[in-house]
Design a protein around this ligand. Structure first.
Ligand code: GDP
Ligand code: MG
Length: 163
């Protein structure tokens, strides 16, 4: 049976960038505008010697009259239910926002193993955000830079530790 991993978190933290990197193809659409990925994407991905199915979440595929929060919630809940592990991503440069705390509650309710990842962790601007992430209650965040490919061995270790 194959392993399934869900990439969850509020818009614009870099989920699709990490998805693209681990899938190795430009399947997910990446854009500067928050929440621009239009569909849930899933594809075979690889991290070190670990092969798995990776689910990217975005929240814009449903009815236009729903709120972004509602669409994100529905899609996140579905992805967590379908996955063995959730990778919860926050933005180390921005720090923890009320939206991150909202997602933290959703993800906790999902009851699946969680790996907390603080993305955009390249450079000094990320240090305080990394510390703040601890307050979410998922332990210490794994610092990565999806864009620059930094921290992937640490992410591998954290994912393997949940198996
Ligand atoms: P999503 O909404 O969570 O899927 O986020 P995206 O993957 O679409 O990325 C949102 C923005 O963050 C884009 O402008 C990305 O280029 C940028 N981004 C993603 N990863 C990194 C990173 O590691 N460092 C920095 N500085 N920017 C990043
Ligand atoms: Mg996206």
């Amino acid at each position: 049976m194959s392993l399934t991993v869900a990439l969850v978190g509020r818009p614009n933290v870099g989920k699709s960038t990490l998805f693209n990197r681990l899938v190795g193809q430009k399947i997910a659409l990446v854009d500067d505008r928050p929440g621009v990925t239009r569909d849930r994407r899933e594809a075979p991905a690889k991290l070190g010697d670990l092969d798995f199915i990776l689910i990217d979440t975005a929240g814009l595929e449903d009815a236009a009259d729903e709120t972004l929060q509602g669409r994100m919630r529905a899609q996140t809940e579905r992805a967590i239910a379908d996955a063995d592990i959730s990778v919860f991503m926050v933005d180390a440069r921005v720090g923890i926002t009320p939206d991150d705390e909202h997602f933290a509650r959703l993800i906790r309710q999902g009851g699946k193993p969680v790996v907390l990842v603080a993305n955009k962790a390249e450079g000094r601007a990320a240090e305080s955000g990394l510390l703040e992430a601890y307050s979410l209650g998922f332990g210490e965040a794994v610092a990565v830079s999806a864009e620059h490919g930094v921290g992937l061995p640490d992410l591998y270790e954290a994912v393997v530790a949940t198996l």
